[in-house]
Design a binder for this molecule. Structure first.
Ligand code: SF4
Length: 403
């Protein structure tokens, strides 16, 4: 799923366009070293032993990386200097480097374009939410799991650019670590200035796998990154605050149902029948709606967790009362929540935004049929540059439990 193409939307960010990636990418020496974030917990123990250190050093190293968020081995002052030097010779810390960092005019949203060690570009979004009625303040990161995407959804800029490669677990986790660093810096400034007390500031609360790529098409690396984010001695982000999205890869949805994590699952539906869905989402030919819904029903039964369905409203394409009625039939009796997202079209984009009346009528049909739903109205986010972010924001609102 995509937050966006790797080219952030100036309308959303209130900033200038992202320039093209340089044709030739110079690789500094340290970038040739593997990232320690790509060493899993078991292998980290092995690395530590190989370097002649006692086993407890592995726990210290893990804590430095994922709890403290050290950006260099030098910062890991709990480790002896020679050990740090030995690590530095063999590894770099982060496998991603921020190329361009943009902030929206209202300060609520950051987009970062990261360069990977081989020059590929990915995008990550940070969204800040203040106290909002019954909802606590939140800091949500929307992360990418692939460079590019093979699934070719018609409304998605990333999908039109094709697949480049899978992201490694370290590349996925590093996006959250970077954004957590940004938030920690802001929080430290608030505390230092007396504007907030230490226990009043908000760290990263939620992670949504809705950036570039289809997370379930990079299944193992996605699950490994979840294990790291969820680890109690490190990042310690509760599984209920992690949302994995999919366009509907049936075998992987079934696999996910058997995982030990209480994750949120978001399915991009966007149409209630095969004819309409296949027009915008080629994946529907491989996994038609009947198969997808069968897997979704099994998922809910196995996990006892509701599914979030995303539905981008495209004027006259999928937003008629007939579409709404078909959707109610499709979702009848299923524990779920529908996020309706009226598209904000680009100037030359193929899809127009339905007017408020049409969106309201669509919603009314769902509500009358007892299907829980939310409508999000977003300004300045076009579907090409922001479909993932729209979905992220809508889901984040919907999945956050009331307090
Ligand atoms: S799955 Fe579809 S929406 Fe998501 S990144 Fe790929 S092409 Fe875009």
């Amino acid at each position: 799923m995509t937050t966006a193409s790797p080219h952030p939307d100036p309308e959303t960010t209130g900033t200038s366009e992202v320039p093209e990636a340089p044709a030739t990418i110079e690789m500094p020496r340290e970038s040739l070293l593997p990232s320690i974030l790509d060493v899993n917990e078991d292998d980290l123990n092995f690395v530590v032993l190989q370097l002649g250190q006692p086993p407890f050093r592995a726990r210290q190293l893990w804590r430095s990386l994922y709890h403290d968020g050290a950006r260099s081995f030098d910062e890991m002052t709990t480790l002896a200097k020679p050990f740090r030097a030995a690590l530095e010779e063999r590894y770099r810390v982060s496998p991603i480097t921020p190329e361009i960092e943009l902030r929206s005019a209202d300060g609520s949203t950051d987009k970062v374009l990261f360069k990977l060690q081989d020059g590929e570009l990915i995008e990550t979004v940070l969204m800040r939410y203040g106290l909002d009625g019954h909802r606590r303040a939140r800091r949500t990161v929307c992360i990418s799991t692939q460079a590019g995407c093979a699934l070719g959804c018609k409304f998605c800029a990333t999908g039109q650019q094709g697949f480049r490669r899978q992201l490694s677990p370290g590349e996925i986790v590093a996006q959250v670590l970077h954004m957590r660093g940004v938030i920690r810096g802001e929080n430290a400034a608030l505390v230092a200035s007396g504007e907030a007390k230490k226990d009043e500031v908000t760290e990263i609360t939620n992670v949504v796998f809705m950036g570039m790529g289809e997370p379930l098409a990079n299944y193992n690396n996605t699950m490994q990154s979840i294990a790291v984010m969820n680890h109690g001695q490190g990042m310690n982000i509760g599984a209920r605050h992690l949302t994995v999205s999919t366009v509907g890869l049936v075998p992987e949805i079934r696999k996910l149902a058997r995982e030990p994590y209480q994750l949120n699952l978001a399915v991009s539906l966007h149409a209630p029948d095969d004819e309409s869905r296949s027009r915008t989402m080629p994946v529907n030919k491989r996994y038609p709606i009947a198969r997808l819904m069968h897997a979704c029903r099994d998922y809910v039964e196995t996990t006892n967790r509701r599914i979030f369905f995303e539905y981008v409203l495209l004027d006259r394409e999928n937003d008629t009362p007939e579409h709404a009625k078909k959707l109610t039939v499709l979702l009848k009796g299923l524990m779920c929540h529908v996020n309706l997202i009226p598209v904000n079209p680009t100037e030359n984009g193929p899809y127009a935004r339905p007017n408020d009346k049409r969106s309201a009528l669509f919603r009314e049909i769902l509500t009358k049929a007892g299907i829980p739903n939310t409508v999000r109205q977003e300004k300045g986010i076009d579907i090409n540059a922001g479909c993932g972010q729209l979905r992220a924001r809508a889901l984040d609102d919907a999945v956050e439990p009331a307090e």
